[in-house]
Design a protein around this ligand. Sequence first.
Ligand SMILES: *Cc1c(COP(=O)(O)O)cnc(C)c1O
Length: 456
Amino acid sequence: MSDEKSKFLLSENDLPKQWYNIRADMPVADTPVLNPQTKEPITAEFLNVLFPMSLIEQEMSKERYIDIPEEVREIYKLWRPTPLKRARRLEKALGTPAHIYYKDEGASISGSHKGNTAVAQAFYNKIDGTKSLTTETGAGQWGSALAVACNFFDMDLEVFMVKSSYHHKPYRRIIIESFNAAIYPSPSDQSEYGKQYLKEHPDSPGSLGIAISEAVETAVKSNGKKKYSLGSVLNHVLLHQSVIGQECLKQMEMADEYPDVVIGCVGGGSNFGGVAFPFLHQNLTEGHTTRLVAVEPTATPTLTKGLYAFDYGDTAKMAPILKMFTLGHDFIPAPIHAGGLRYHGMAPQICMLYEAGYIEAVAVPQPATFAAAMQFAQAEGIIPAPESAHAIRAAIDEALDAKEKGEARVILFNLSGHGLLDLAAYDSYLRGEVGDSTFEITKDEIRKNLPKVDVM
Ligand SMILES: *Cc1c(COP(=O)(O)O)cnc(C)c1O
């Protein structure tokens, strides 16, 4: 029967030709980005030490739509458009009248949404003359996506991988090496900051903040030979991820439905921004009232328990200062399995919209998140990334709430990646070894280490 469709597939011709830029429609005032040394608003010149001019222009652009270069679209076509699926078996298992849809970004060449920006960033660096990139990676998703992209554009890459993941998640390290990138466990002896940190904390498991510092230092000290690349948080990254939500808009139309709620997990905010901003555009311009829900772990409750303040993007205070919800740049998160959600801050665009009430946030605990992942896997046959499982937890909770209220709610969540390289985490869960981790911090404790800035 035609109304029993479970997959909504677009053709390559439907691949978006432009990225959608939320800055054109931002309903709240922009917050400034500050130079970490002077605490003055950042200049393009300072940013150019780290990023190519073409990406800096995108970072600052207020154009509503930005053309996707043909070279980037050609590579996107290796996996895009990704399928939108209706989780009919999960709906049945839950006995809910809700309709649950998910966008399968795990169907990408590196297994997550991160390729959407990796390919774009590698391309723009290439045309601006960059020969070599540096970056950090947590669980290895970003490092592997950028390694593939750099390999396509024939560029060198150095990856600083959070040490606990480097040792516990060898498979993504091997992927990164397969695409000819160099990879170091961070803190490492490859940077001055890493050496100094190791001296003071020889047993440090590392953190994204430390790894960012090492990658930034390596680019800054290269005399222009190397640029730095970030897989989340910044405006241009969220811009590139807008292909997700734009495709969803078309696919929901094919399904002849419109979501009441759009859900995504948040680490730095890029997959959530990618799926949610095109729907926010509809809310702002077409009078839709879709709820947009960002989901984080209780172990790194950036939006739900952080302080909205100016803070450094990295531990060594070398990266730009951003106004964001933060747990403090020296925050070392508990080693939860969702490595991609352990960043201390959040994309400024997500933060300003959350502060102003345009998006919602919830924090979910680790054991309940794994239980949701298992329920989804057993119904739909896909083992989700532990990060994506946070979105699944919230989607199931929405579906159960709809059941209680007898509502045929339409739920869309982003499955940001598959979990086939995260089986060790599932092994721990199945053995009953996954504990709860709830991080409590007072706003005063966070405030103690913040940069002193005058701009508010
Ligand atoms: C990196 C990652 C995330 C978190 O990053 P965002 O920028 O918040 O999207 C979520 N899911 C997966 C699968 C990831 O690899």
